[in-house]
Design a protein around this ligand. Structure first.
Ligand code: GLU
Length: 270
């Protein structure tokens, strides 16, 4: 049989396509998820590459509902300042990273959820006596993270005159606070409680217990991906109904003497 050149090309391409779709079925499929790597209790990468935290558990549950096994998940590090970009450029399929739903962020990304309600608080050194409320911050050196709602709230309303240093991640603030370079750090109570509860930090820090804002954590998806948004909302509802949400809260925030709010009602995308 005489096969034309064009025919041969079509045959090769068809073969290649068939091979790809077969190969991709089930086990080769992976999903990239953006999490924090340095927030104990939420998203933490331990030496050796194991991941833990509430956001990791929630992300793993969502991935399971989307048809991915834990070994098919690739966790990628996101920072507070690059979460929108990571979604815009398809670096990750969704973000589960103490990511507050806000109107400003919704100009660039969509959210599923919310799946947790946190509040902005302050953490100081255990011996600190001068800082008890937000107004006390105005003459103090304060640390937060660039691209976070925590830093934005300080500048907009909480303590406009505070000497605010914005770093790349909260673990850098913890080091600066411990070393006396700064007087306080501010972000969500979930995150602060996670640092305060770490073995090596026991007795070093305390939380002020202020509720300076409502932070509704959402799962970030690429803008316009309503299909994924709906699927994730369904997964989040199931996670609460089958008791997994409560189990993840207990497991990850239990030791931190942290009093959580009940599971929030899902409002995004509906
Ligand atoms: N939840 C706040 C935010 O999304 C603070 C925590 C964070 O920076 O990840 O900005």
């Amino acid at each position: 049989m005489k096969v034309s050149k064009a025919g041969a090309v079509v045959a090769v391409v068809t073969l290649a396509l068939t091979a790809t779709s077969c190969g991709e079925s089930e086990s080769d499929r992976t999903i990239s998820i953006g999490i924090k790597f340095d927030q104990p209790g939420l998203g933490l990468r331990a030496d050796g590459g194991t991941f833990s935290g509430f956001d990791v558990d929630v992300a793993t549950y969502i991935a399971k509902e989307l048809g991915y096994k834990p070994e098919q998940i690739e966790f990628k590090q996101v920072y507070s300042s690059d979460r929108e970009l990571m979604l815009e450029y398809n670096e990750v399929q969704f973000v589960a990273a103490s990511y507050s739903i806000s109107e400003k962020r919704k100009e660039k990304v969509d959210f599923a959820g919310p799946y947790f309600l946190a509040h902005q608080d302050l953490m100081v050194r255990a011996g600190e006596k001068d800082i008890k409320e937000a107004a006390d911050l105005n003459k103090k050196r304060l640390c937060s993270v660039s691209g976070s709602t925590s830093a934005q709230n300080v500048k907009d309303k909480v303590a406009k005159k505070a000497d605010l240093l914005e770093l790349g991640g909260y673990s850098e603030c913890v080091v600066a606070l411990q070393d006396g370079v700064l007087d306080a750090m501010t972000t969500d109570d979930t995150i602060l409680a996670g640092y305060a509860a770490e073995q090596q930090n026991r007795g070093k820090f305390k939380l002020a217990g202020l509720r300076m804002s409502d932070e509704h954590y959402g799962i970030g998806v690429k803008k316009g991906n309503t299909d994924l948004q709906k699927k994730i909302n369904a997964a989040l509802r199931k996670m609460v109904q089958d008791g997994s949400w409560a189990a993840y809260v207990k497991k990850n925030f239990g030791a931190a003497e942290f009093h959580n709010e009940p599971a929030p009602k899902i409002t995004e995308g509906s």
